[in-house]
Design a protein around this ligand. Structure first.
Ligand code: PLP
Length: 396
């Protein structure tokens, strides 16, 4: 019988042979902690710490207002957006970096509804992330449309010529199931509807190919796998063919020339019009720097690494956790499983707390979920083994 020490040693060997192991050194992770919650709040990067210090001490303390004019801040948001664009597979200029995911979804849905005039229905997904359901319901009501919430797998079947917009997450925040981005988008287009996607739980964990998917608009989060820091700015993608789409918040930062202080609103080209107010410089500085942790690595290579990590956890679950009453709430097929794994147990809340007390940090998701984000940039195989081992010990 293979003991836990042998399992750990095999994992340590695989970690040592991993050609991507240097990426972890870009993160400022606390010693001794297995941080498996990067899909809720990504860890600090050395680059973000340095950049925020520089921004505070030099650009703010000394440069003051001159830091706008001299260029450090004026195009910080579009430079950050272009880094995100590479990670989600979008052309430069098609992504705006601004606001929260919630606010960006509000803007994206208004834009999408305006691009599908005369239609009366919006289709969204039961059990989707709360903010997505709240915002979709609000925008639909404000525009005189009704919302149908259907199971994620039934979206295509719910479409007809009266649907203006489909609004859904790419990766489910509970189960980690990956939706059929291109397939649902094509089904929406076949009836003349638009597809608006939330990439919060996929960007930075898997290649998205948002432009190649045909998606109309998309939004996502800066503080999860992108490691932008607590409350980091979020982003909004708009397909280049919709470059004339209208934002419901025509703010001065989305103007073609904000510092001309023009009388009339003239929207900037492309995604930049979806910026509303002034760039949140400290947060965007952190996000911009944090995104450099993805430099020199392809999302396909990260995806393979991530699939190996989640498959390892599922294998350990089968042998060591299922017999102790734990269930698997994520798909078995790694091809449709995102960057996290959801386990289930009636005492999930206590277990997550006890794991954290021992230095293994995951998430409790009501009612009975233990959720572990195995961020492919820095999670190690040894950490996955440590999680399974400590969970088994707690249950025993
Ligand atoms: C985390 C998350 C959000 C977060 O929204 P914010 O407004 O940026 O806090 C939105 N949607 C999904 C699917 C998420 O996972």
């Amino acid at each position: 019988v293979t003991g836990w020490d042998d399992i750990r040693d095999e994992a340590l060997g695989a970690d040592a042979a991993d050609p991507l192991r240097h990426l972890r050194e870009r993160m400022a992770l606390p010693a001794g902690v297995a941080y498996l919650d990067g899909n809720s709040l990504g860890p600090l990067t050395h680059a973000a710490r340095d950049a925020v210090r520089r921004c505070v001490d030099r650009e703010w303390a000394t440069g003051l207002i001159g830091s706008w004019a001299e260029g450090a801040w004026v195009d910080l948001a579009p430079r950050t957006a272009d880094r995100i664009a590479r990670i989600i597979g979008a052309p430069a200029g098609s992504v705006a970096c601004a606001d929260s995911t919630t606010v960006n979804l509000h803007k994206a849905l208004h834009a999408a509804v305006s691009l599908a005039p005369g239609r009366r229905r919006v289709v969204s997904v039961q059990g989707d992330f709360p903010t997505d359901r709240y915002v979709t319901a609000r925008v639909a009501a404000d525009r005189g449309l009704t919302v149908d919430q259907v199971p994620a797998g039934d979206v295509a079947a719910a479409l007809d010529e009266d649907v203006a917009v489909v609004s859904m997450s790419h990766v489910d925040f509970r189960s980690a199931r990956i939706a059929d981005l291109a397939g649902v988008t094509a089904a929406a287009h076949a009836v003349g509807a638009l597809a608006v996607w939330d990439l919060a739980h996929s960007a930075g964990a898997l290649p998205i190919g948002i432009a190649a998917s045909g998606a109309d608009l998309a939004v996502g989060c800066g503080y999860k796998y992108l490691n932008g820091g607590p409350g980091a700015p979020a982003y909004l993608y708009v397909a280049p063919r919709h470059a004339a789409a209208e934002t419901p918040i025509p703010g001065w930062f989305g103007h073609t020339d904000p510092f001309a202080f023009g009388e009339a609103y003239a929207p900037a080209a492309g995604a930049r019009r979806f910026e509303a107010g002034t760039t949140p410089v400290l947060g965007t500085t952190a996000l911009h720097a944090a995104l450099s942790a993805f430099d020199g690595v392809g999302m396909d290579a990260l995806r393979l690494r991530g699939m190996e990590l989640t498959a390892r956890l599922v294998d350990l679950f089968d042998v060591h956790l299922a017999p102790l009453g734990v269930t698997l709430q994520s798909p078995r097929d790694p091809g449709v499983r995102g960057g996290h794994v959801m386990l289930g147990h009636p005492r999930a809340r206590e277990l997550v707390r006890a794991l954290a007390a021992g230095g293994v940090v995951g998430d409790f998701r009501p009612p009975d979920g233990l959720r572990f984000g195995l961020a492919p940039l820095y999670t190690t195989r040894a950490e996955v083994v440590r999680l399974a081992r400590e969970l088994a010990a707690l249950l025993a």
